[in-house]
Design a protein around this ligand. Structure first.
Ligand code: ATP
Length: 456
């Protein structure tokens, strides 16, 4: 037991919440040693209380962690009869502050956060904890499970952005959900409610918390970075009906469309119409996978998340086909009577199977947009594939000498993501001026969607 004032000079009060105060402090022994000091608002009556010994054991483990994206824990003391953590002082702003200021993040900045947080979680989810450490059960706060370390409290308040000497941003995960900070007595308190929007379905269900619970919470943070709002927001934590609704949503409701939410945020911020959603399909799939209700369907650890992320960046994520290639759903009841050239859309998880008959000299092709007043292509494809523009390419029909027609494919203007003719997607794109003559069986890619041309 020591006096805080005998060990440190307080330079600044960084924050004072319901559970703790955080100070920027300088060690009296070593003035070079500037730290963040977190002092829990809990007066210890005994140094041998089980909660406190568990806390001490957990801090012992956290002290061993050494990763640039995880706050370095230096030690644990009892100062002024209160448990206190001495740690690296991270000079920067939390994601919460940045979101409040900027609304939402660019794709590049979001990817930077994902890469760094996936790395941090990969490290602690695969950290081998040896020895006889506390293994917890149920929904209780838990940082150690099956020899993995779980953060257990990922939210935008607990990620600080700082700048390295090289000018690059470093994101640092702080505030592991230590057992002592969340004893039964303070559950359902402000702290618990504050993280409810980030809380994984299995936590609501009272099931075992494990590494995928961190993945879910990080998924909520990524969703918020991309759209400026969590998928299931709460206005008033004190309203039990709101909390019950929130629980139901986390457990069962579909996640609101990420791209729609981003475009709403864009419109709100700029008062301009959002042209196209800029979230790559693989990134949308990454967020969707993080936010799966069943932990087994999520990335299991930070490492799996990182692997998917880098595969996505390298263009290696194939959007898998939902149905056998070539299956066509006829939605137009008159379709059987129609004749002439047509386009067949092959279904995949983003796009429905569809068929379109070419009945005009110029038929534009693009992504369907149901927003009022939105420009509609002649063939507006039902898809959530954001790599397809609303006005992507067109088919030109020209009368030939025999009284029939020949057909040509042309990219539009050029389109943002290109049209790829008789080739693998994302290989050789059509130039805007090329008119590619079409014959039966020719195919082309718009985004992740394959269209096949049929002469009759
Ligand atoms: N190592 C650190 N370096 C710099 N600032 C920190 C550090 N740890 C915490 N802070 C900042 O101190 C403030 C208070 O932190 P604390 O973790 O107590 O916040 P909280 O989440 O509101 O509290 P609680 O622990 O009750 O959840 C926050 O602004 C946080 O960003």
């Amino acid at each position: 037991m020591q006096e805080l004032a005998s060990k440190y000079d307080i330079l600044k009060v960084i924050g004072h919440g319901g559970f703790s105060a955080v100070f920027k402090a300088r060690s009296k022994e070593d003035p070079e040693h500037v730290v963040a000091l977190k002092q829990l608002d809990f007066v210890l009556t005994s140094e041998t209380a089980k909660e406190y010994t568990d806390f001490k054991n957990e801090v012992e483990i956290l002290k061993q962690l050494d990763h640039p994206n995880i706050v370095k824990i230096y030690g644990e003391y009892i100062l002024d009869n209160k448990p206190s953590l001495e740690m690296e002082f991270v000079d920067g702003e939390t994601l919460e502050t940045l979101l409040q200021r900027d609304g939402y993040f660019s794709i590049e900045d979001t990817m930077d956060v994902i890469a760094q947080m996936a790395s941090a979680l990969s490290y602690c989810h695969h950290y081998y904890v040896s020895g006889n450490m506390p293994q917890r059960k149920g929904t209780d706060s838990v940082i150690i499970n099956r020899n993995a370390i779980i953060h257990n409290d990922i939210n935008p308040k607990n990620i600080i952005r700082t700048k390295n000497e090289d000018g690059l941003y470093r994101y640092v995960l702080i505030d592991f959900g230590l057992s002592f900070v969340d004893p039964a007595a303070v559950r359902h308190s402000k702290k618990e409610d504050g993280m409810a929007e980030y809380k994984a379905p299995e936590k609501w269900r009272g099931a075992l918390v494990d590494t995928p619970s961190d993945i879910y919470s990080l998924g909520v943070v990524i969703y918020e970075l991309l759209t400026g709002a969590v998928p299931f927001p709460v206005k008033d934590y004190k309203q039990t009906n709101e909390m019950a609704a929130l629980e139901e949503k986390h457990k069962a409701a579909p996640v609101p469309d990420l791209c729609d939410a981003r475009m709403d945020a864009f419109r709100e911020k700029t008062s301009e119409p959002a042209e196209d959603c800029d979230i790559p399909a693989w990134l949308a799939l990454l967020v969707q996978t993080c936010l799966e209700k069943e932990p087994a369907k999520r990335f299991k650890t930070g490492r799996e998340l990182a692997q998917f992320f880098y595969n996505g960046l390298d263009g290696k994520i194939e959007i898998t086909e939902k149905e056998a290639p070539g299956s066509v759903i006829d939605i137009d009841p008159t379709i059987a009577e129609k004749k002439g050239a047509s386009l067949e859309v092959q279904s995949n998880i983003l796009t429905e199977a569809q068929q379109f008959f070419i009945e005009k000299d110029y038929s534009t092709i693009g992504r369907r947009n149901d927003l009022p007043g939105a420009e509609t292509a002649d063939f507006s494809i039902r898809t959530s594939d954001r790599f397809i523009s609303k006005n992507h390419c067109q088919i030109i029909r020209r009368a030939d000498a025999e009284g029939g027609y020949t057909y040509f494919l042309q990219d539009k203007m050029p389109s943002k993501n290109g049209t790829f003719f008789n080739t693998d997607k994302n290989t050789i794109r059509l130039s805007a001026t090329t008119e590619a003559a079409l014959k039966e069986g020719d195919y082309f890619w718009v985004g992740n969607t394959k269209l096949i041309f049929h002469q009759s």
